[in-house]
Design a protein around this ligand. Structure first.
Ligand SMILES: Nc1ncnc2c1ncn2[C@@H]1O[C@H](COP(=O)(O)OP(=O)(O)OP(=O)(O)O)[C@@H](O)[C@H]1O
Length: 554
């Protein structure tokens, strides 16, 4: 219920389009009912007039039928246009809203989510919210308004037919939707969760194809996916049963209501209170009146899925970022020395200290190499400096300014990062460089690539700067990818460098080339170099050792 209320709150931004869509929906339903009923009356009346049993002035009803047909057609078109406009605006607002909440959570709060699952939330879960306005909310307003007007109109001709219609409309428009919602809610929730898990599994499998083939585990993995799909089909089958049953029942109620209305109306005709054409009109009016409610059982059947999708989105949106931004940002520092003062960090409230009273200083323009066994806390230093995590004790400063007083964006604006896993996007070298400086000219890019020692190789590639680097840079060698990342850092021209295992995974020759490029990059910049490799330390001014979250001199 809370999620439903929240979902309604999210709709408020586009209420003009939504209200217009609902108004047009009401007009379309009423003209459709009017058209069918009047046509029925007219055909019956014409038949009687043909037999000479009735004198019929046919001009007015014929004109009314034509007018209703035009209004219905144009109205239906405009209604589709506005409701879809409202829905797509809503979806795009929701995506922006979700992304705005997602971005501050990276990387700390997103590490427990699988990337395939996040993609599923951004795309499929938000998409499934289109069901809410289009099929649930708008028809839920259109239906009672139209039902009320139609029943009042019918009561003028036959109270019995009006009551029968009211009962039928209540069954199809209220009882069946509630029942369908209840029965399909659990399988709907399960289907949404299962689809998310499957997408994440498949994304994982595609990423790990190489390993799966090497270990001969592809068949096992495929069998697991098949089992997952079987489970999904099971949930979908349950929902399909509810859909089929509510559809069949709905149809039965429509026919039964028509019969009831006819039974109520015939005695009125015998008593000469209604004419023959009136009977045809009343009967067809009852049939057409279900146009207002016929979509509701299936819409409410799908509502369980929609709410489950909304829950998955709210889960992310409600996560508090790991780092709180300052209410008012302090002026940016003008010096770029780095200082950690007695810093204590734990990744969870009762976890062991990952950093346990770390104090270190890197004077501006100098470099410090950090070595130490795995898990000793080296990368954690970088995580704090980049404002990806917050710490519990002590302080981290840049140029004497506590970085907590600066926004994460400002702090990261001062830093360039090169890590073992520095991400290259699956696009051209040019676009990857643009990331660091969107307005970089070709000459600037060329200079940066030259400084990174890779210009000659890029120039020799058939497509030069337009060369596509492939998924995470797989079309390049490890050393080339690293040097493109270095060129990117040259372009950014940030005063602080964070190098986290920048030569990891490279052979001796590539390492030497990358280290030469890094030496040029480090000149004049405050540098924190985290490494296991002794070669990498040749360029630094000072070496510190980390052990169990503490820092020791060389
Ligand atoms: N995101 C995280 N969530 C929870 N614990 C973490 C996280 N990152 C690191 N840790 C823990 O904090 C400790 C320090 O990790 P850190 O990555 O800083 O070490 P490291 O010296 O860089 O290791 P390596 O050389 O293997 O990269 C380890 O015990 C690690 O398990």
């Amino acid at each position: 219920m809370k999620d439903l209320r929240r979902l309604l709150g999210l709709l408020s931004t586009n209420w003009h389009w939504q209200a217009l869509g609902i108004l047009l929906g009401i007009i379309v339903v009423l003209t459709n009912v009017g058209l069918l009923a009047l046509s029925g009356w007219f055909i019956a009346a014409m038949g009687l007039a043909g037999l000479g049993l009735l004198h019929l002035e046919y001009f007015l009803p014929a004109a009314a039928i034509r007018a209703l047909a035009i209004i219905r057609t144009v109205g239906r078109y405009l209604e589709r246009l506005t409701t879809h406009e409202a829905t797509f605006r809503l979806l795009s607002d929701l995506r922006v809203w979700f992304y705005q909440h997602l971005e501050p959570l990276a990387p700390a709060r997103l590490q427990m989510h699988r990337s395939g699952d996040l993609l599923s939330r951004i795309r499929a879960d938000i998409d499934s919210l289109d069901n809410f306005y289009l099929r649930v909310l708008a028809p839920s307003i259109v239906a009672p308004v139209c039902a009320l007007l139609m029943v009042v109109f019918l009561a003028y001709f036959s109270m019995g037919a009006a009551l029968a219609d009211l009962l039928g409309l209540l069954i199809v428009g209220l009882a069946l939707p509630v029942l369908a919602f209840r029965l399909a809610r659990r399988p709907g929730q399960a289907a949404v969760a299962q689809r998310g898990a499957l997408r994440a599994d498949i994304a994982d499998t595609i990423r790990g194809f190489e390993e799966l083939r090497v270990f001969g585990a592809l068949d096992r993995q495929t069998a697991q996916h098949e089992a997952g799909y079987e489970a999904l089909i099971g949930h979908e089958r349950q929902q399909a049963r509810v859909e089929a049953a509510s559809g069949g029942l709905g149809l039965f109620v429509v026919q039964a209501t028509m019969l009831m209305a006819l039974i109520c109306a015939i005695p009125l005709a015998t008593a000469k209170l209604l004419s023959g054409p009136d009977i045809a009109m009343v009967t067809l009016f009852v049939l057409a009146s279900f146009d207002a409610v016929s979509g509701l059982p299936n819409a409410y059947r799908a509502l369980g899925e929609t709410l489950a999708a909304a829950r998955r989105i709210f889960e992310i949106v409600d996560t508090a970022p790991a780092v709180q931004e300052p209410v008012r940002e302090a002026p940016p520092p003008v010096r770029f020395d780095i200082a950690f003062r007695d810093v204590g960090l734990r990744y969870a409230p009762h976890a062991p200290w990952a950093l346990d009273g770390v104090t270190l200083a890197v004077p501006a323009g100098t470099s410090v190499g950090i070595v130490g066994p795995t898990g000793s806390g080296k990368t954690s230093l970088a995580n704090l400096l980049l404002r990806f995590w917050d710490w519990e004790k002590g302080d981290v400063q840049i140029g004497g300014m506590p970085i907590r007083q600066l926004s994460g964006e400002t702090v990261r604006g001062f830093c360039a990062v090169i890590a073992q896993q520095t991400h290259l996007f699956n696009t051209s070298i040019r676009e990857n460089l643009h990331l660091a400086k969107p307005d970089a000219t070709d000459a600037e890019m060329q200079a940066a690539l030259r400084q990174a020692g890779i210009w000659d190789e890029v120039q020799a590639m058939p497509d030069g700067l337009e060369t596509m680097v492939g998924e995470v840079g797989t079309q390049l060698s490890g050393g080339q990818a690293r040097r493109i990342a270095i060129a990117r850092a040259f372009l950014k021209d940030a005063p602080i460098l964070v190098l986290d295992e920048p030569t990891e995974g490279l052979d001796a020759l590539s390492e030497r080339i990358v280290l030469d490029a890094l030496a040029a990059l480090m000149r004049g910049r405050t540098t924190l170099l985290i490494t296991h490799r002794s070669q990498a330390l040749r360029n630094v001014d000072r070496v510190l050792r980390m052990e169990n979250g503490r820092v020791y001199e060389g």
